[in-house]
Design a protein around this ligand. Sequence first.
Ligand code: DC
Length: 228
Amino acid sequence: MVGGNGLIIAIDGPAGSGKSTTARLLAERLGYLYIDTGAMYRAATLKVLRENVDPGDLAEVAKVVRSCEIRLISDEGGMRVLLDGEDVSDEIRTPEVTLHASAVSEVPHVREVLVDAQRAIGERGGVVLEGRDIGTVVFPDADLKIYLEADLQTRAERRLVELWVMGREITVEEVASDVHRRDAHDLSREHSPLQKAADAVVVDTSNLTIEEQVDRVEALARERIKKP
Ligand code: DC
């Protein structure tokens, strides 16, 4: 499957496992496109909230998401997210969007629309996609599948730092319970639950620095580039 344009690299794992940072830096090192699929589910969620649609109303959610345009564009910091042409890169990170994203991303029609879009962006290769179902559903034939994990405490601390940077005052216990709740939801949902692909390489990032975790996946990617 390695074409002239490069590999399709899938990075999956739970919230706070280090997916975004690793995927973004890996893409930068390889000169690949970086696709944060969670950002697409977040943009869809923002649209649903702005339209005052109940995230539990499947038909309405599907209708709203089908009618909006979500685009990802590369920039120096990694990637910007456009919703109907408006840059919503910061707004999609608010706790409100985070809270409702699990329910919206569970709607089968939302998944269909966004998975199609992800395949269209990634199919030519030279791409690092991160999410929950990339190696299992979006690109089950990806050239390299990485599954990142980290213990709950580590993941909660990472999320806490992100929230503090955004000016939110919240305790580590509150964040841990939120991360735990999201994990349970993402793991148990009916459609495309978070799952390790059988052929994924598992990397536990609990005790790794960012540099170390990126080095590790970069080495795996370079091995695959040499020996398709
Ligand atoms: O990775 P994240 O926290 O930005 O993801 C936001 C939400 O989208 C989260 O509830 C999980 C969901 N998601 C998904 O269902 N499938 C993906 N490929 C990526 C994210």
